[in-house]
Structures are given as C-alpha cells and as structure tokens.
Ligand binder design. Structure first.
Ligand code: SF4
Length: 336
C-alpha cells in the first residue's frame, strides 16, 4: 500500500551518476530493503548500502554514515524534509495509497457533530486531505487546512514534534480531524483544548485521544512535582542531524545554575537509559532533542525526564496551567 517510488529513485541515482547510495528506511519498512537493493543494483550502476540504525524521522539523517561510506546520495524513506543538511538527500515520502472514501462515509455522522474543522495528516496521508475536505464541505462543514509552520514541510502536515500550524487555528475551529497514526495525532491532542479525532485509514478506526491525553497529563504532573525536589540536572543534547540543539542547552544550563542548582550537558546519538544510569548523581534529565522521548519513554529512565517547557515549570518560570494551555510540544525543538 505504500508507494516507494522506485522509478524516481532509479532516475535520481542515474542523474547524479551515484556510485554508492545509502538507503535509510524506518523500522516498519526495513523488510523491503533486500528487494530495493536488488532492484536498484539491477537498474543502476550504483552499489547500494542500507543503514541498519534505527530511524524515527527525517531529523535523523545518516550523514556521517554516508560520508564514512563515501556515498554520493542518501535515499530517506518515510518522511518529508525536516532540516537542510549539507548532503544530497532524496526523500521518498511513502504515501499510503488506498481509497479512503468508504472509510470517511462510514464515519460521516461522527464528523458532522462539528461545524468547523481543521484537517491535518502525517506525510503518508497528506494526499487524502482533499478527499476528506471535499466530502465534508459537501455536507456543509467549514474546513480549514493549517499552514505548514516550523518543522512541517507542507500545509496540513503534522509531525510528532510540530503542532504549530494547527495550534494557530485553535480559536477558529470546533475540532481537528487527523489522518495519521496515534503518535502523530497525539502531538496536536497534547497541544490544544479542542477535540481531536484520529482517523486511521490503515486500521480503519476513528479514535478520540482525550482519555490518553488525560492519562499522560496526570503522569507528567507527577514527573514535574518530583523534579521540583531535584538539585542536579543532566541536559541531554542529541547528536542527530536535525535534533542538535547546543545553544538551547547552554541557555538552559545557565537558567538552572542561576537557581543555585547543578547542571551538566550530556551528548548522545541515541539516548539509552542504561548508559545514562552511570550518571548516578543526576536527579533529572532535560531533553533538548525529540520531546517525545520525555513523553513516551519516561518509564524506561527511572528518573524524571523533562521537556524544555516542563523544565520552565520546575524552575517556576511557567505555570502548569500555562504549560497545558500552550501545549507540551510547542517549543522550538531541533536544529534549523
Ligand atoms: S524530533 Fe521526534 S517527533 Fe520530531 S520528527 Fe524527529 S523523531 Fe519525530
């Protein structure tokens, strides 16, 4: 169902006369690697390598790996551009190709409870927004597509760390409809007080994430309260291509030490709770990279892991209520 655009990849390899190409696939598509390598080596003169590292987004391009391999091109699957690296990258967005009309029609009464809606989608489903828009407008709903702000490359596109475009429309809509998975949809759900419905065309499900949001908020409140007792902070800086945030880390360190608490900056490529255990004197970690590490991976750490804004709550610079109103995931994460 996912379009891997093999012809476009072959064309690009030939256009660049690339001798070595590095493929980067998200976890769910790694099973396609052998077939792609065979096809691309048959159709071009390039030698094809596959990155075996985990990949969760276009914030994590294997540029060092490609340079070490002396590759001429990275083919990145599953995401749209996130930042501007100094290396040739071909993005294959792996659009999900299916007719979502029957799925929309089946759930139309649920969508018609709202008068004004904003439509968003992860990059795999962006082309399905106009189909949903047309059906809803025919039913008399007012439909808006958010601008592609911040890390979003396209209008209407949502990322797990970027709800800025939809958030801007908050006052003008009754609800958000998100054609995506739970991970992406949760980014808006945690950033707005308006209802958000997840439309998952892969599993043909419509889901309200409000109960999950309430559960997460309760847990985050407990994490923040515990972090308020801390004296020693470890500020985590990611070495991933699009998540590197050294200046933010230095600013945070100053903020923390100005409050007579200790802070060090710790760099890592992949945050591993087991390795961070060796920093036994650190009470709290603050993540300057992907904010979802704090939200989804917290139980693996055994110590509070805070997003930037949660640190501001801990330091008394932002109220818990304002953090909720503004949303957990609205800070400027990642390198430009
Ligand atoms: S920073 Fe996190 S949420 Fe954002 S694109 Fe990267 S992996 Fe996804």
């Amino acid at each position: 169902m996912y379009n891997l655009e093999e012809d476009r990849i072959i064309e690009e390899i030939k256009k660049l006369s690339a001798k070595r190409v590095l493929l980067q696939l998200p976890e769910g598509l790694k099973a396609e690697a052998s077939r792609l390598v065979n096809l691309l080596e048959e159709k071009t003169d390039a030698s094809i390598f596959v990155s075996g590292q985990a990949c969760w987004g276009a914030c994590d391009l294997p540029i060092d790996e490609a340079r070490t391999l002396d590759a001429n091109l990275i083919v990145h699957f599953g995401h749209a551009p996130f930042h501007k690296p100094d290396f040739p990258i071909l993005y294959v967005e792996t659009r999900y190709e299916c007719d979502i009309t029957p799925f929309i029609q089946k759930n139309l009464e649920t969508f018609k409870k709202f008068k004004k809606v904003a439509l968003v989608a992860s990059v795999q489903h962006l082309h399905q927004i106009p189909i949903l828009q047309k059906i809803l407008e025919k039913e008399g709903l007012e439909v808006t597509i958010p601008k592609g702000l911040g890390r979003s490359f396209y209008d209407g596109q949502i990322l797990g760390c970027e709800p800025s475009g939809p958030k801007l429309l908050e006052r003008d809509v009754d609800a958000y409809l998100s054609i995506a998975n739970q991970f992406h949809t949760l980014a808006i759900t945690l950033s707005t007080e308006k209802p958000v419905l997840l439309l998952d065309p892969v599993h043909e499900q419509v889901k309200d994430l409000q109960p999950l949001k309430e559960q997460i908020i309760r847990k985050r409140f407990a994490v923040i309260e515990k972090a308020k007792q801390a004296n020693s902070f470890g500020i985590l800086v990611s070495l991933k291509s699009g998540q590197l945030n050294t200046v933010v880390a230095e600013n945070l360190k100053k903020k923390i030490t100005d409050k007579d608490k200790e802070a060090i900056i710790i760099t890592m490529k992949e945050f591993q709770p087991d390795e961070l255990l060796n920093f036994g004197n650190i009470d709290v970690f603050v993540i300057t990279a992907c904010p979802r590490v704090a939200i989804e991976d917290q139980p693996r750490y055994g110590k509070p892991v805070l997003t930037l804004k949660e640190l501001f709550v801990v330091l008394g610079e932002l109220s818990w209520e304002d953090n909720l109103k503004q949303g957990f995931i609205t800070a400027p994460y990642g390198a430009k």
